[in-house]
Design a protein around this ligand. Sequence first.
Ligand code: GLC
Length: 423
Amino acid sequence: MRSMMTATAVATIVGGTLAGAEAATISISCGAVGLELELCQEGANAWAEASGNQVNVISTPNSATERLALYQQILAAGSADIDVFQIDVIWPGILASHFIDLSEHVDQEQIEQHFPAIVENNTVDDALVAIPWFTDAGILYYRTDLLEKYGKQPPVTWQELAETAKEIQDGERAEGNDKMSGFVFQAKAYEGLTCDALEWIDSFGGGTIVEEDGSITINNDKAIAALDFAATWIGAIAPEGVLNYAEEESRGVFQSGNAVFMRNWPYAWALGNAEDSAINGKIGVSALPKGGEDGKHTGVLGGWQLAVSKYSANAELAADLVKHLTSYEEQKRRAIKGAYNPTIAALYEDEEVLEANPFFGNLYETFTNAVARPSRVTGAKYNQVSSEFYNAAHEVLSGKTDAAASLEALEGRLDRLSRGGRW
Ligand code: GLC
């Protein structure tokens, strides 16, 4: 009798759980862009060890568009297979009904550490459906060695970028590197193109497709000029293949030394400066160029949050994992190792974070003033709005039509989608 009791007690301690509770396995879906999967696994393992539970990390497609489709299938089926979902900053309005209210599980004090705008973004009908994990903004990467060699400054306008890109590309090709491109970015027909094209358009003063007041503004002269200008890059300073590039394809070209400029998210910094990178130590970062002298520097707001499924059999534990992964220490580790931008403002003053990512300091404004896609205002229909938009932009970039025709047709489709011409 005595030894049996001891055995039970030992089992409970080894499990490390509260008396009576059983150790559980929590499944979390993580992205796999750059170092994401590795960092997610490490963070989740640390929680599992400390809590006496187990984690199952599930890798998801790199494309946000494909990932959303997968999540919608899983969630629509009410499946309990995934407890914690890594969700995009544009999805709370689309997926909210499938998640628990995390304000009931996470201390107010911990929630208040995060940028208020993101917490607000993640709040739908008074429920906090996800905790911010990392934030993103589109930025410009350039080759410091090449700019120096050709006596150039980082470009202030897109027009300047196109000129510098062409000159260096031609110069390098003449010297024997026929693989050199001037500029790589994301122009495949998916969510990433919505980000890139919105950056061009807003930087020209052409608005954000649907404005915060619900008006559909995409069919305007500045938006048309921005898209027509971007179309001139294809095959001239950007390889034709860019029409099929997402983030990782662009990074692959830039990191192997074959592009002067790249538009990407901050994560590309850590990998570009890794020991095995061909351009380690030769990378500069700035805000994206303005659309002309009277334009502005626009970086689109991206970023990812962690949400707990309503269908989870272990919602309490899943929320505890989310608390750990979104914590100050964990965001700090991810920032230093992978250049994932914290959503906790205080970390932008942390010396180790700034040492690993000096541009977190220089470009603080870019990160905190990034321009949102119209996901709040279009709510559950955002994904349809975005897919209409990136398809319209892709047609212009691939030369099937010009921006005037494409944006006029897009306006008509958005009018119909909004059922009345505004949201
Ligand atoms: C990044 C951003 C995300 C965006 C995606 C588009 O992952 O963080 O917000 O939707 O890129 O490709």
